[in-house]
Design a protein. Structure first.
Lengths: 366, 380, 266
């Protein structure tokens, strides 16, 4: 069969689907636009944002501010809130008409609903949850040098390759794979939120962005939205927490200060939960619900910080599956260091304030 | 024994159920507070566990003894007391009905038992009679369409939560020894029945055990189970199945001990190395594992032999129960030993395993009674 | 009324270690499992079956060995198991896979009152793409991230979970719903189900059976036909391992912050 999507020479420009909820752009949009800008420069093409909603034209400026040359706005009351059907109809219509080479979509619950539906209709490939994108081969090889264990000196690559190279984790993160879509266009990719670096807001670019309205014809969707509810995050969710700072007997010298430092560190790490080892819980410093270990909870956060915890196996049993473990202990032979990704030997009351400052500085630099 | 795909899948399903449903929190609560977890019994019933050996035509699953021992083993590996929940309706409780019940009795009782709607327990032991049935003092005297039962049964596992009990009573006072005893299905709501207070036990907490006292209890003749005056022989047959169940429970408990011990021996460090690096510890593990493997082969082979009607299957049931329960006690002892001081602390599962193991070589016939059965078979 | 459930056999990537009876690592048992989210889809289908008495059909695309997984689903209460298997389908990406699965469902017959359930995503790829792509190919609406599902009189009522809350939606059948693990707790197999599942037939749809299926374009299935291709795969260079940070306290903290930033953890 012949597909329009196979006439790849007809497709140009880098597009970003800009997701808005309740008239507000998502943080991921800015990350994707910033990343898209780099790709457009590598490809010497235009960066275009596409914005769907009802009365959302004003948001186009913001998209421009992060680097878009142009924004297509599709305004329609039927697009006010997300619907798989109307959004897919609208996005597919404009894509089939304008033919972008690359289409990036944030991997939110909306993006991951919309992108596959569109890819199937547009007859093209889609790569999910990408963590890294390249077009230029030199840049890609630089990336491989950094991020892989491949010996590049033994490998030959076609340096003129201009396909979008989409890298993502596979097999639960045990491996990485770079995916391309060589025969069909657009190359579609969803990108994990928080992965790409957001650029800076540029007032001049915001003012100069071209905004173009685009009209689509939409059918009444078959899935009817009855209600949309936004929920505040509440309570302490130890099991779901991405960051956990756990305290142990090591804070006994000044419990109040130790707890405060732990909370401050958790906040600096992007908002986390303070928990404790069994001795800390039994001393009454923390609620039993917050105990980690054999007789407490088993957690697997992204970051686990163990402060003044010696690391008995009973404790390790509850946290050894954490992705990154940072251990601070004054005893260099404390077993917690065996379970740690990074170990710091020192007095936690001295280390933690400095650690908080370093982390804050690193975040600002980003 | 190499299990076929079907039995492997049964095992995996039992294991998945036990590991998911028998939470540490539930196990600790049952151990410290006792009582009974009715909700868990219902969950087991939903998947057919409470009726695994009951025939399909009576609402059961129609499984064989091998499927049954796999279930008890896997449940006991995680929680020995919860293994009893699934055991009773399939062995001592439901077993006599399946074996001796007439069609009417089976239709009346088994579907409710298989589905977990009703509980049936086994009441043989008396204050003055355990393995020695000759001391049975409970009497049943025919009176019109009924029998009138009087007496007291003790250590009845599950009595406080049961709807029915299979009760053994002397129907022929002139007969000597184990003769002249009959089985009755007794509705525990009948007038004249008193259920005693749950005993405070060393282990196996969470499945209450108590007395049943009968004071002129009228039981319909329709509830006489099996042949009149020949109940004791039936009790012994029931106990074959029961002993196989206990051997599987012992096997599972020992397996649980072994896994706990291996994990701990690898992780616990002393003198700069895991304690598993010490031969004193590693040899204990080797011994546990070898004994468990030997018991497993014996238990599975006995299950198959029993279903095949092998002539020596009664003896094999006694051997399996004797060997596996003694072995489980040795395994629990070693597990606690490997854990050291921690093994003596209630937060650690081996402490509970150790207490739970102790009953295994006692109930459904002590090890000495099993030896007696084996010896009598060989020397008769 | 029929309910199709799309399932996948996946390698167990959870890292949970299976220990054999003798205490050693059980690699054989770790090899493949039913994709966890798919079990939630099966449960959702079986709950509607409990309520409505309809037929539940599990469909998978995979190697002949996927039969074992299908037997487990039969033991849970699924009525019919369908294995789409053929070398021609091997190596398919999500686009190609969804085409084949949609083709299989179309071949078996999708009617007005039917529902298709999928798991949200498979743990080997984590793409969450196949469900919506099947819906598109079958030309039926989709509801993803279902956290609650209710069926009543030909309509489904779904609580669709989002990052910041949820939305309640309704749709008439036919509809495709993708399920998250919070939706339900999958039931276990029943003993009788296991005892009987090995005697039940498995429907096999091979390539010649589906070759002329209108929803399948032969040129875009399998490894060669898939739109996406693996350009390069690799393992990250450094494994997790205790690294003691050196220097003054200030230097240690700066090094740590830099490493966290580089690992995208800040």
């Amino acid at each position: 069969m012949e597909y329009n999507s196979a006439k790849i020479e007809d497709f140009r420009d880098i597009w970003v689907f800009c997701e808005q909820r309740r008239g507000k752009l998502m943080e991921t949009d800015f990350e994707l636009v910033s990343e898209g800008r780099k790709l457009a420069d590598e490809r010497h093409s235009q960066l275009v944002g596409v914005l769907l909603g009802d009365d959302v034209r004003d948001l186009a400026k913001e998209i421009g501010a992060y680097g878009a040359d142009k924004v297509y706005v599709i305004s329609d009351p039927a697009l006010k809130d997300y619907s798989s059907e109307t959004y897919a109809d609208a996005l597919c219509q404009i894509v089939m008409d304008k033919k972008p080479e690359v289409l990036l979509i944030g991997a939110s619950t909306i993006g991951r609903d919309l992108a596959p539906r569109c890819a199937a209709r547009l007859h093209t490939g889609l790569t999910a949850d990408c963590t890294h994108l390249d077009i230029d081969m030199n840049k890609y090889l630089d990336f491989l040098k950094e991020a892989s264990s491949i010996d590049l000196s033994t490998r030959k690559f076609k340096m003129e390759d201009t396909n979008l190279k989409m890298t993502r984790p596979a097999f639960g993160g045990h491996m990485m794979a770079t995916i391309t879509c060589p025969r069909f266009r657009p190359c579609m990719s969803t990108v994990r939120p928080g992965v790409m670096k957001k650029g800076t807001y540029d007032e001049a670019k915001a003012a100069s962005v071209t905004v173009e309205d685009y009209a689509v014809s939409l059918k009444e969707p078959l899935v009817k939205v009855l209600e949309i509810v936004t929920e505040e995050k509440k309570g302490v969710d130890l099991l779901g927490a991405e960051v956990i700072v756990a305290v142990g007997a090591g804070i006994s010298r000044d419990v109040e200060k130790g707890m405060a430092l732990a909370q401050e560190l958790a906040d600096a790490l992007g908002g986390g939960v303070v928990a404790g080892s069994r001795p800390a819980v039994e001393a009454g410093w923390l609620d039993h619900e917050l105990q980690i270990g054999q007789t407490g909870k088993t957690v697997r956060p992204k970051i686990y910080v163990a402060l003044g915890i010696s690391g008995a196996i009973q404790h390790k049993a509850g946290m050894q599956d954490a992705e990154t473990v940072i251990a601070v202990n004054s005893n260099p032979s404390a077993p917690i260091f065996e379970a740690a990704t990074y170990g710091i030997v020192g007095d936690l009351f001295e280390v933690i304030p400095k650690m908080i400052a370093s982390i804050r500085a690193a975040k600002e630099a980003k | 024994m190499i299990l076929t795909e079907k039995y492997q899948l049964l095992r995996r399903n039992f294991r998945n159920f036990a590991e998911t449903e028998f939470t540490d929190e539930l196990q600790k609560r049952l151990d410290t507070e006792g009582g009974y977890e009715a909700e868990m019994y219902q969950k087991m019933a939903r998947y057919g566990f409470t009726g695994i050996k009951i025939p399909v035509e009576y609402g059961g699953q129609g499984g064989d003894s091998l499927a049954y021992v796999l279930m008890i083993e896997e449940f006991a590996r995680v929680c020995p007391v919860l293994a009893i929940y699934a055991n009773t309706p399939n062995s001592l409780g439901g077993g006599p009905l399946v074996m001796c019940g007439n069609e009417e009795q089976k239709q009346k009782y088994l579907p409710d038992i298989a589905a977990g709607r009703k509980h049936i327990v086994f009441a043989l032991t008396e204050p003055g009679a355990g393995s020695d049935a000759g001391g049975t003092l409970t009497t049943a005297v025919a009176d019109g369409d009924d029998f009138i039962l009087n007496g007291r049964k003790c250590f009845v596992s599950g009595a406080p939560i049961a709807d029915y009990a299979v009760i053994y009573a002397k129907t022929d006072p002139t007969a000597k020894g184990s003769r002249g005893i009959s089985m009755f299905i007794v509705d525990l709501k009948l007038p004249g029945i008193t259920i005693g207070k749950a005993e405070a036990k060393m282990g196996i907490n969470g499945y209450p055990t108590s007395d049943i006292t009968m004071d002129n209890v009228r039981v319909s003749k329709a509830d006489l189970l099996g042949p009149l005056h020949d109940g004791f022989r039936m009790a012994m047959k029931t106990l074959d199945g029961g002993r196989l169940g206990i051997s599987a429970q012992a096997l599972g408990l020992a397996q649980g001990c072994l896994e706990e011990a291996i994990r701990y021996a690898r992780e616990r460090k002393q003198f700069g190395k895991p304690i598993a690096a010490n031969q004193g510890v590693s040899f204990m593990i080797a011994e546990m594992a070898t004994e468990i493997e030997a018991a497993r082969e014996l238990v599975y082979a006995t299950a198959v032999a029993k279903d095949a009607g092998a002539p020596d299957s009664s003896m094999k049931c006694a051997m399996a129960k004797y060997f596996a329960s003694e072995m489980a006690n040795r395994a629990a002892y070693k597990a606690v030993q490997i854990f050291g001081g921690y093994g003596y602390i209630k937060d650690y599962k081996v402490e509970r395993f150790y207490r739970d193991a102790r009953i295994l070589s006692i109930y459904e016939g002590t090890s000495q009674i099993q030896q007696l059965v084996i010896a009598n078979t060989l020397l008769r | 009324m029929k309910i199709y459930v799309c399932v996948k056999q996946v390698p167990d990537t959870s890292g949970k270690v299976a220990v054999k009876e003798n205490g050693v690592l059980d690699r054989a048992s770790m090899k493949t499992i039913i994709n966890p989210d798919d079990l939630n889809a099966v449960e959702a289908a079986l709950q509607i079956k409990d309520q409505e008495g309809c037929e539940v059909i599990a469909v998978t695309m995979g190697p002949p060995a996927a039969e074992g997984m299908l037997r487990e689903l039969l033991a849970m209460g699924v009525d019919k198991a369908v294995l789409i298997s053929g070398r021609e389908f091997g190596g398919s990406d999500t686009f190609a896979t969804s085409q084949v699965l949609a083709g299989g469902i179309h071949h078996l017959g999708l009617e007005k009152e039917d529902i298709v359930f999928c798991g949200r995503q498979a743990i080997d790829g984590d793409t969450a793409q196949v469900g919506p792509q099947i819906a598109e190919k079958l030309n039926i609406p989709q509801i993803t991230y279902a956290g609650e599902v209710r069926y009543e009189n030909g309509k489904v009522y779904v609580k669709r979970m989002t990052e910041d809350g949820y939305m309640r939606v309704e749709a008439e059948t036919p509809v495709l719903i993708t399920c998250i693990k919070e939706l339900n707790q999958p039931r276990y197999m029943t003993v009788r189900g296991i005892l009987e599942c090995y005697d039940k037939p498995i429907t096999v749809l091979d390539y010649p059976t589906l070759e002329n299926e209108p929803l399948i374009d032969k040129t875009t299935i399998g490894l060669a036909g898939s739109p996406t291709t693996i350009f390069q795969s690799f393992t990250p260079p450094v494994a997790k391992g205790g690294e003691m940070l050196e220097g003054t306290t200030q230097e240690k903290c700066d090094t740590l912050a830099a490493k966290l930033a580089k690992a995208q953890l800040l």
